[in-house]
Unconditional design. Structure first.
Length: 305
């Protein structure tokens, strides 16, 4: 289905936020259908991993150091699995956005998204190495800036959040410039900074506003299910030392944690849409592809061709 949305367009701050809302309204149902089909297997694996971890928790006895070490390894494995799943679905969200933009519609499915991701997997790994090196270089000055901003009353925390949002948009746009062939991976981060600095305030604040809204919604969405699951668990088996010894207690913990993982993944995938709009805006400001295309089409119309 074709969508009525203009991707290549110069936007101001308010227009970025408004266009994100418009795009989300157009593709929300298709987005969820596509992503949930891809999320079934990873989420099932997360349930199994979390459930296995709960079998190692025993609140009724003092665990030996070997048992505690097993629990630490399970926690590390769960965190690593969450990191991998998050990175994969972040890449899937990027491919979803690119398919949406190139097709100008939703006439694609989860298989198309997955095939596009696999076809460009080498680019993701290559840019990941570049991103890690750049992060190591930027870590000290950025942490220093964050610490200074946090000590500024009232506006300091907002400024730190805006700076963090810019870092996310910066690396995101750098990858897409590389992904679409505008810049080589080796200096995409450096070149994209000079592209983004033309409207750095608009890009940073718009990304921060959207992230703040979604973080608030995420807290509300996690708080309500947590309360419901907690009330049900308390009324059925109670919060006693034998909680993790029962099948019901383990299932409550596993399902609740997996729901939190799903909401966490969806949140970061939604941020791809607003970052994609910022990328298209920055690209249009720099390259003006839409303007040139309109001029060429205007010339064809005048020639009657």
């Amino acid at each position: 289905m074709e969508i009525d949305f203009e991707f290549r367009k110069e936007r101001k701050l308010s227009e970025i936020v408004q266009d994100f809302i418009n795009l989300l309204r157009l593709v929300l149902r298709h987005f969820f259908q596509t992503i949930l089909k891809l999320a079934v297997v990873p989420l099932c694996l997360m349930v199994i991993l979390i459930y296995y971890g709960t079998t190692k928790i025993n609140l009724t006895t003092t665990q030996s150091w070997t048992e505690s070490l097993d629990l630490v390894f399970i926690a590390i494995a769960a965190l690593f699995a969450l990191l991998v799943v998050s990175m994969v679905f972040f890449g899937l969200a990027i491919e979803y956005f690119l398919l949406l933009k190139n097709k100008r519609g939703t006439d694609f499915d989860s298989n198309d998204v997955w095939q596009a991701f696999v076809a460009n997997l080498s680019k993701y790994f290559k840019f990941l190495l570049v991103g890690i090196l750049a992060s190591l270089i930027l870590f000290i000055p950025m942490m220093f800036a964050m610490i200074i901003l946090m000590f500024i009353p009232l506006v300091g925390s907002f400024a730190a959040g805006i700076l963090a949002s810019f870092l996310g948009v910066w690396f995101f746009c750098a990858f897409l410039f590389y992904r679409e062939g505008y810049m080589p991976a080796s200096n995409a981060i450096q070149q994209s900074f000079f592209v983004l600095k033309k409207k750095i305030i608009d890009y940073s604040v718009s990304s921060y506003v959207v992230s703040l809204v979604f973080q608030t919604l995420l807290v509300m969405l996690t708080l309500i299910p947590s309360l419901i699951i907690g009330i049900i668990a308390y009324n059925t088996i109670g919060f006693e030392t034998t909680f993790f010894d029962s099948l019901v207690g383990r299932m409550f913990t596993s399902i609740g944690a997996t729901v939190l993982v799903l909401l966490y993944i969806v949140y970061y995938m939604f941020t791809v849409l607003v970052s994609g709009i910022i990328y298209e805006t920055a690209k249009e400001v720099t390259y003006g592809e839409d303007v040139y295309e309109k001029i060429q089409n205007l010339g064809k119309e005048e020639d009657g061709q």
